[in-house]
Ligand binder design. Structure first.
Ligand code: PLP
Length: 407
């Protein structure tokens, strides 16, 4: 059983005070902190191995290439992919979804076709589909949500039809915390002949993932939310789909041959990695995957469930505090809430004075906030390094905020 004190000792950033109080970092949904193992992997690469990948014969280039490809293999194993060729390194979840929308979408969508998404999506799983459906004449449809913060399954039945070419949905909402039944949703998409794209930005860092067991066609996630550095993310795609898709970005590395009048493409995944990639970041993401694998994703999930259940209990006792989304047994490690009429930015500012870092705003998910009739929420989110004592500090600071704004 991992010990939280030794986990926390791996995160140098947590050993600091903010406004004279110990830092309580409750914003891992936006980005996680990084353990020294990840920071050291970045530093080691730049100190010892820095060279461009795939095109050098010299020793450093070979070392850099081997480490970069090793990271791809680690990521493939972490999510249960059949082959590292199914792992495309991109910048983040946003770029992964844009890649599919542009490369697959422009080649496969036309008038009469539909793309189905949900009302609980992050903007990065909405806007690329708006752009590509507008460009191709296809139609974008949304699965509504319910007051309980779940997908409306009756409406889903009616919306998934033979016109649906792709169903793109989040595995876990970054506002409601709802964990969606991914395997069931994919099976429903497949039953009407649609492909399924899973936005795993909030699930891959926090829950065990097995793309083959899920039968996911595409899965998008970001390194920086799972202990890795910013600047690297992943698109998983079934190999046959990736092979059939045209490239997204053109340039060096993604080509086989370039002639004056046309070019031919490199094999997957390189066909989708134009230009010099985020080499150090990908290697450090490999170190993050090692760290999470050592802890075990079942433990990560169980730890967060315990913390979120405790937080639910503590925050529910605060007068005027309203939590959005389902109960603790149906959600991942985050809680978005309002406190009376206090603006969430004011809540976050007061909490910051107590050393507590939470996020406030619409969290890039305006349709969810519109549904619940609030322009913004404050959000506390948890990861492997958070403790119940930190939740107590959050709850006390919220009581003070309530007293301060006198209601
Ligand atoms: N999807 C979800 C559910 C998210 O929570 C986020 C980020 O918060 C994203 C997509 C976008 O991630 P990124 O900004 O790393 O591309």
């Amino acid at each position: 059983m991992p010990d939280i004190a030794s986990i926390r000792a791996d995160f140098p950033i947590l050993q600091q005070e903010v406004h004279g109080k110990p830092l309580v970092y409750l914003d891992s949904t936006a980005t996680s902190q990084k353990p020294r193992q990840v920071i050291e992997a970045l530093e080691r690469y730049y100190r010892q191995d820095n060279a461009n990948v795939h095109r050098g014969i010299h020793t450093l280039a070979e070392r850099a290439t081997a480490a970069y490809e090793q990271a791809r293999l680690k990521v493939a194993r972490f999510i249960g992919a059949a082959s590292p060729k199914e792992i495309v390194f991109v910048r983040n979840t946003t770029e992964a979804i844009n890649l599919v929308a542009n490369a697959w979408g422009r080649a496969n969508l036309g008038p009469g076709d539909e793309v189905l998404i949900t009302e609980m999506e992050h903007h990065s799983n909405i806007v690329p589909w708006q752009l590509v459906t507008q460009a191709t004449g296809a139609t974008l449809r949304y699965v509504p949500i319910t007051n309980a913060g779940e997908l409306d399954y009756e409406a889903l039945d009616a919306l998934l039809t033979e016109r649906t070419k792709l169903f793109a949905f989040t595995a876990m909402s970054n506002v409601l915390g709802t964990i969606n039944p991914v395997a069931e949703l994919i099976a429903r998409a497949h039953a009407v002949g649609a492909l399924a794209l899973v936005d795993g930005a909030q699930s891959v860092p926090h829950l065990p993932t097995d793309v083959q067991a899920l039968d996911a066609d595409f899965l998008a996630f970001s390194g920086h939310k799972m202990l890795g550095p910013t600047g690297v993310g992943v698109l998983y795609g079934k190999r046959a789909l990736l092979e059939a898709m045209p490239p997204f970005l053109g340039g060096g590395e993604m080509i086989r041959e370039v002639f004056m009048d046309h070019s031919t493409w490199n094999a997957v995944p390189h066909k989708f990695e134009a230009g010099t990639p985020a080499i150090a970041e990908a290697i450090a993401l490999g170190a993050a995957v090692d760290y999470l694998s050592d802890l075990g994703m079942d433990w990560v999930h169980a730890h967060e469930r315990e913390i979120v259940a405790y937080t639910w209990e503590k925050l529910s006792a605060i007068e005027g505090l309203r939590i959005l989304g389902p109960g603790p047994d149906r959600r991942g490690g985050l809680l978005a809430f309002t406190l009376g009429d206090v603006h969430p930015h004011d809540i976050a500012a007061v909490l910051d004075m107590h050393g507590v870092a939470v996020r406030a705003g619409h969290h890039c998910a305006q349709p969810v906030h519109d549904y619940f009739g609030v322009p913004a929420t404050a959000r506390a989110s948890f990861y492997i390094y958070n403790t119940k004592e930190e939740v107590d500090i959050l709850a006390e600071a919220l009581e003070r905020a309530r007293a301060m704004f006198a209601f």
